[in-house]
Write a protein that binds this ligand. Sequence first.
Ligand SMILES: [Zn+2]
Length: 160
Amino acid sequence: MQVAADAVVSIHYTLKDDQGTVLDSSAGGEPLAYLQGHGNLVPGLEKALEGKEGGSKVAVTLSPDEGYGKRDAALVQRVPKRSLRGQGEIRKGMQFQMQTKDGVRVFTVTAVVGDMITLDGNHPLADQTLHFDVEVVSVRGATQEELEHGHVHGAGGHHH
Ligand SMILES: [Zn+2]
């Protein structure tokens, strides 16, 4: 079976930046399982895997537009600590899901100075050129429930 929309694809992957530093990898763990065509992976990677089969190896370089997008300065905000009350002590590196006009985004606390917090809603890999080495481990059809949820269940996917 080939990778196509609504297929459940298991992959091993290594992601490197322009300097060759490994940013993320599934090596040594279980493969990542995702649902093709549902935005589970960045757009350029789904495109590169389209039509591949179990055993295929793919090396692809993605521009920020095909990856996690460009940095948007408007997504960096300074807010008073009290606007996050109820969250306990706010520390650098904490992440919060917040509603924006484009839907829910993850914001990372990048600085805490006095009573002010800097929140950054950009993906940590925004603006980065991404170098993926991917091995397709297996491809199968999705269940109806997986299609309704928009993600994979079981090994390498969601457990709930
Ligand atoms: Zn589910």
